[in-house]
Write a protein that binds this ligand. Structure first.
Ligand code: MTE
Ligand code: MO
Length: 239
């Protein structure tokens, strides 16, 4: 892509990116060419690479929770009953929409990984994350072949994110319910957080209760893949 940009200008790169589906949802506007170049390069060059995993001895002693007020009344009620009424809804371009309890999720295959959370503000920590790959849940729902993006939203009103299907299907993209040998604490996003370890912290949304598969990302919000681009952050936050 970079070579194409150098030789034939950004227009040529843009044509190539379109042809191979390498345009991110926020690939328009002033920063669009930059976003496209970043996303396309990462997709082409690093698509097959897993993110680094660390030995357990490197788990951070005092992980920093970027504490945000958890959603108020609805959340408190769910928490009081040990989240037994918490449901993860999976819908959109799937054959069988699902509504899964935490117990349902814990019955799926268990994976654990020791990976880093890196915030765009510059700090990071390493933790063990325990959960089940998002890919398994999407397969169970019978994700349809036209699906291009997976949207995930938080119980907090208006907070949502999305990733492309290749990112969603990576084994390291994990629906996490546990952290460092215990249940995932609320301040780290419990009861359920999607860890997307190949991207910056803001893609690892806390309190996830809804997943929607779609073939048309433009239909959601301002059409740029999440709320991030509305605030000047890149939709694709690959590390
Ligand atoms: N629901 C929700 N998820 C969120 C956020 C948030 O404000 N609300 N902040 C994000 C940002 S910007 C970062 S860097 C990480 C921080 O994760 P930590 O609290 O585990 O350090 O959570 C992300 N997930
Ligand atoms: Mo962040």
């Amino acid at each position: 892509m970079a070579a194409a940009a150098g030789v034939g200008g950004l227009a040529a790169a843009d044509r190539l990116a379109k042809r191979f589906g390498l345009i991110p949802p926020d690939g328009t506007g002033v920063y669009g060419p930059g976003e496209t170049l970043t996303y396309a390069c990462q997709r082409v060059i690093t698509a097959h690479l897993p993110v680094r995993e660390f030995p357990r001895s490197m788990i951070s002693k005092n992980p920093f929770a970027n504490e945000i007020a958890p959603p108020k009344d609805d959340f408190k009620r769910l928490e009081a009953s040990g989240f037994k009424d918490w449901r993860l809804v999976v819908d959109g371009t799937v054959q069988h929409p699902l509504s899964l309890s935490l117990a349902d999720l814990k019955n799926l295959s268990v994976h654990s990984q020791v990976t880093e959370v890196a915030c765009e503000e510059g700090w990071s920590y390493i933790a063990e994350w325990i959960g089940t790959p998002l890919s398994g849940v999407l397969r169970e729902a019978g994700m349809l072949p036209q699906t291009r993006y997976i949207i995930y939203s938080s119980i907090e009103k208006g907070l949502w994110e999305s990733i492309d299907v290749p990112e969603a299907m990576r084994p390291q993209t994990l629906l996490t319910m546990g952290m460092n040998d215990g249940d995932l604490p609320v301040k780290f996003g419990g009861p359920l957080r999607l860890r997307v370890p190949r991207q910056l912290g803001y893609k690892s949304l806390k309190f996830v209760n809804h997943i929607t598969a779609t073939d048309d990302i433009r239909k959601f919000g301002s059409g740029r893949g999440s709320v991030d681009p509305d605030y000047g952050y890149a939709w694709y936050a690959g590390i």
